[in-house]
Design a protein around this ligand. Structure first.
Ligand code: F6P
Length: 556
């Protein structure tokens, strides 16, 4: 899939931004706020109930004009049409990228290679609905006739992080008698801890894997099956306690799940974009299918906003361009996601996969090495916890860390008096990052505390805050299924915009393959002490160290 013949950094739009960056980098946002009373209204936009205040960024109207020019030069609008039209823009895997079809609530036909996928999408949604009703009403029973109480999703990466993040975020919507659990790590500790508190007769396993070949998921699924059979004794129990979500019918059958209890999805759904598909089954079982569909409604509303709004009002477009601005021009190596909502505590981890697996690439669409930074490291933690841990570095460290503050105006728990305290902290952090604290201010404070002379001068440098540190603030009424759907889709499209500008394929993930291949070889070597090892001498020594540790283990 070829692109423009001119290297990105040589293009007029990139060069204009580079020159502009040099001129703008020493300027201070605070001064702009003093001279621009309209700055907030100029640099804020809203859609689907989400307000984006991006005024506390190192941007002027000229910056945004140049960024929009870059987007036009790189044909973001054209690529957006190709995305929604179902073209095979994931060209290294020869796949369309159509997670938007999974939440296409308009039901207008969406074609992949001329074939409308909507009837299939709706068929699987119906199947999920019927299954959820059966489980939730107690019609679906375990092997011994008990109703199901515990749902264990076994999956990893996109087959875990999305469902886990969403169910955590929507605890207020949990059905009373269903308890979800998530097992992803091949470290048996996670499965063992989860199973320790469960009654096999009342447990349903949802084995979620697009490929159904993933080592971690299959290892956990087999161990869960053994645990069930040890207790219920009868192979026939598997049918009532295991369902599967996958694109791989043969492998699901080989595992022993009745294909009638398999929920399909399709190769045009990327793993990290799959929570909208039947991979969302554990979400639907936990919050009910109606709420799951409201989540889809929210994402669909954001899809429409992304397709229809002018770039200057378009939230994903703006956030994507700001990401490019900091990553490629300021060379900010990371971006912090700071949700002030305990329910969103897994949102940073979810976005780590979404953004880093999508845009952590060093080769462009033509196969050339890129000579500009692409995706930053995504990290974060819910507020206010992070404030008492790593915010020190964001305020006074040597690195520029752009941040996204995310907060609901209302809480969905009973302790409403906590909420203004939480929100005051969001607003305060944004202001502190913007303004910092200069020498005169710090001096006045220290004098007020009774310090003077050498003692004051010694302490003074430590009390300064450089400020001028950028933040976005995203506010919405409450964290409900609709808003969460829109919020996730906002970030998905932000990632898309960035990938187009960086001229990379955001939808493959070859970078995870090498480690998987090597692990297979090494596992065989670890378990067979006579097998020769042919790696670097460090890896050889580590394998030997392990082999030696196993000698005599059987006698202990
Ligand atoms: O290893 C990376 C990855 O392929 C992710 O992209 C994916 O979400 C995850 O593994 C799980 O894959 P699967 O759903 O096929 O088990």
């Amino acid at each position: 899939m070829t692109t423009s013949t001119q290297p990105l950094i040589a293009t007029p739009a990139w060069q204009a931004l580079k020159a502009h960056h040099q001129h703008l980098a020493p300027q201070r946002m605070c001064e702009w706020f003093d001279s621009e009373p309209e700055r907030f209204s100029q640099f804020s936009a809203s859609a689907c109930g989400i307000l984006l205040d991006y005024s506390k960024n190192r941007i002027t109207t000229e910056t945004m004009r140049l960024l929009f020019e870059l987007a036009a030069q790189e044909d973001v609008a054209g690529w957006r049409s190709r995305l929604f039209r179902g073209e095979k823009i994931n060209f290294t895997e020869r796949r369309a990228v159509l997670h938007s079809a999974l939440r296409n609530r308009s039901n207008h036909p969406v074609r992949v290679a001329g074939h409308d996928v909507m009837p299939e999408v709706n068929r699987v949604l119906d199947k999920m609905r019927h299954f959820c009703i059966k489980v939730q009403s107690g019609i679906w029973r375990g092997h011994t006739g008990e109703p199901i109480r515990d749902i264990v999703n076994i999956g990893i990466g996109g087959s875990d992080l999305g469902p886990l993040m969403v169910t955590e975020a929507l605890r207020a919507d949990w059905l009373e008698h269903i308890r979800p659990h998530f097992v992803s790590n091949v470290d048996g500790a996670q499965l063992a801890q989860t199973l320790a508190n469960l009654d096999p007769a009342r447990t349903l396993f949802v084995v979620s894997s697009k490929t159904f070949t993933t080592q971690e998921t299959l290892t956990n699924a087999h161990s869960a099956r053994d645990w069930l059979l040890q207790s219920l004794g009868d192979e026939g129990a598997v049918a009532s306690h295991f369902v599967a979500v996958s694109t791989n019918r043969e492998a699901v059958s080989a595992f022993g799940v009745d294909p009638a209890n398999m929920f399909e999805f399709w190769d045009w759904v990327g793993g990290r974009y799959s929570l909208w598909s039947s991979i969302g089954l554990s979400i639907a079982l936990t919050i009910g299918m109606d709420n799951f569909e409201v989540l889809l409604d929210g994402a669909h509303a954001m899809d429409r906003h992304f397709q229809e709004a002018e770039p200057e009002q378009n939230l994903p477009w703006i956030m994507g361009l700001l990401g490019v601005w900091y990553s490629s021009f300021f060379e900010a190596g990371s971006h912090a996601i700071l949700p002030y909502d305990q329910g969103l505590h897994r949102f940073p981890a979810y976005l780590q996969q979404a953004e880093m697996e999508s845009n952590g690439k060093c080769v462009d669409r033509d196969g050339n090495l890129v000579n500009y930074p692409t995706a930053p490291v995504i990290w974060g933690e819910s507020g206010t916890n992070g404030q008492h841990a790593f915010y020190q570095l964001i305020h006074q460290g040597t690195r520029l860390v752009p941040v996204d503050f995310i907060a609901p105006l209302q809480c969905r728990h009973g302790l409403t008096h906590h909420h203004p305290i939480l929100l005051a902290n969001v607003f305060a952090q944004g202001e502190a990052l913007l303004r910092g604290k200069n020498e005169a201010e710090a001096r006045t404070e220290l004098e007020a505390e009774g310090l003077s002379g050498e003692a004051l001068n010694a302490l003074l440098p430590h009390k300064l805050f450089p400020g001028n540190r950028p933040s976005n603030t995203l506010l919405f009424e409450r964290l409900d299924p609709f808003t969460l759907g829109a919020l996730i889709a906002l970030y998905e499209h932000k990632i898309f915009v960035q990938g187009i500008i960086w001229r990379i394929n955001s939808f493959d993930q070859w970078g995870v393959e090498l480690g998987k291949q090597l692990a297979k070889t090494i596992l065989a070597e670890m378990t067979d002490p006579d097998r020769p090892v042919r790696h670097d001498n460090s890896t050889n020594a580590l394998i030997d160290y392990y082999r030696n540790s196993q000698k005599g283990m059987g006698d202990r």
